[in-house]
Design a binder for this molecule. Structure first.
Ligand SMILES: [Zn+2]
Length: 298
C-alpha cells in the first residue's frame, strides 16, 4: 500500500489520538492561554477530524491538516470568550510633531538564546504575549508563531488580509514595547508598566531631520516608514517604496534600531511559543476517546 493510500484511509483510533494530542494540546494552549479550554479545543478538534475524515484526501500531510483543524477549534472557543479591554494604542511607537520617531539609543541587545536560557525571562516573554488584546494576539500567533500565510490567517479569522497585516504589525510593536525593559537590561517590575522612558523633548537635530525627511526626494518620514513595515517584511512593498524604505533604514538611526528590536521581539515571541508550557493532562486521552465515541454514535 502506498503512502497516499494509507493517508487517504485515515483512521482516528487510540494510537492516532496518542500520537497527535500532545502537540495539538500545546498549540491550543498557546492560542487560548488556558489549560481547561485547551483540553476542550483538542476534544473538539478530534471530533471535527473524525467528522471530516472522509474529506481528507491525503493531499496535505496529516499534521498540517490537523494543525488547521486545531486552530479552528481553538478560534471557535476563543470567539465565545469575553474580550480583554487593554488598549493596544498605548503600546504603539512614539513620533514627534514632525513625524520623527522617538527611540532611545540601543546598546547591546540580548540574543534569543540568552533570553530563553533564563526561565524567568522566557516566562516573561510568554506573559507579555498573553497580555496583548486577543484580536491582535491571535494574528501575531497565527502569522508569526504558527507561520500561517497572511491569506490563511485572514480566512481563519474571517477578516481582510490588510487587516491581518495591520493587526499583526501592531501586536509586534506592542510586544516590543512590553519587552523593552527586558531587552534593555532594565529590571522588569510590572508587565503593564509601559511608561516611555525615552527622551520625548523636541530637539533642534530632530527638527532638522524632520524637515529633511518630509521635503527631500527619496525620503519618507518615520511615520510613513512605520506604516510600510508590515508590507516590507511580507515582500509586498512596491519596488519604488522599497528603495525609499531601504534608504530610510540607512539614514535614520531611530528606525534602524527600532526595526532591529522589532525583529528581535518577533524571534523571542516565536522561541517562547516553542517551549513546552505544561504536561499534557492525563485525562485528556480519556476525554477525547469519550468525545469520539459520542460523535460515532450520533
Ligand atoms: Zn526614521
Amino acid at each position: 500500500m502506498s503512502a497516499e493510500d494509507a493517508s487517504a484511509q485515515l483512521v482516528i483510533d487510540t494510537a492516532f489520538v496518542e500520537a497527535h494530542s500532545p502537540w495539538m494540546y500545546q498549540l491550543a494552549q498557546r492560542l487560548l492561554q488556558d489549560t481547561a479550554l485547551a483540553e476542550d479545543a483538542v476534544q473538539d478538534a478530534f471530533v471535527a477530524a473524525y467528522r471530516h475524515s472522509k474529506r481528507f484526501e491525503g493531499r496535505a500531510a496529516v499534521r498540517t491538516w490537523l494543525h488547521r483543524i486545531t486552530i479552528n477549534a481553538a478560534l471557535a472557543i476563543q470567539r465565545k470568550r469575553t474580550v480583554r479591554t487593554v488598549d493596544i494604542d498605548d503600546l504603539q511607537p512614539l513620533f514627534d510633531a514632525n513625524e520623527c520617531r522617538i527611540e532611545a539609543p540601543w546598546g547591546q541587545m540580548p540574543t534569543v538564546d540568552e533570553v530563553m536560557q533564563r526561565a524567568e525571562l522566557a516566562a516573561l516573554v510568554r506573559q507579555s504575549v498573553a497580555a496583548l488584546p486577543e484580536a491582535f494576539r491571535i494574528c501575531l500567533q497565527l502569522r508569526d508563531f504558527e507561520e500561517l500565510s497572511v491569506k490563511e490567517v485572514a480566512d481563519a479569522l474571517e477578516i481582510s488580509e490588510e487587516n491581518v497585516k495591520v493587526r499583526t504589525h501592531r501586536a509586534r510593536a506592542a510586544l516590543k514595547r512590553l519587552l523593552e525593559p527586558l531587552l534593555r537590561g532594565r529590571p522588569v517590575t510590572d508587565i503593564a508598566d509601559t511608561t516611555p522612558t525615552d527622551d520625548t523633548r523636541p530637539t533642534m537635530m530632530r527638527k532638522i531631520k524632520g524637515l529633511m525627511l518630509a521635503n527631500m526626494p527619496y525620503m519618507i518620514t518615520c511615520e510613513q516608514f512605520e506604516s510600510f513595515i508590515a508590507d516590507y517584511l511580507e515582500g509586498d512593498l512596491p519596488a519604488g517604496l522599497r528603495r525609499k524604505f531601504d534608504f530610510h533604514i540607512r539614514f535614520c538611526r531611530e528606525c534602524r534600531e527600532y526595526l532591529a528590536a522589532y525583529e528581535r521581539t518577533r524571534a523571542l515571541g516565536r522561541a517562547s511559543a516553542d517551549v513546552d508550557m505544561s504536561e499534557v493532562p492525563e485525562d485528556l486521552l480519556a476525554a477525547v476517546t469519550a468525545a469520539l465515541q459520542d460523535a460515532k454514535e450520533t
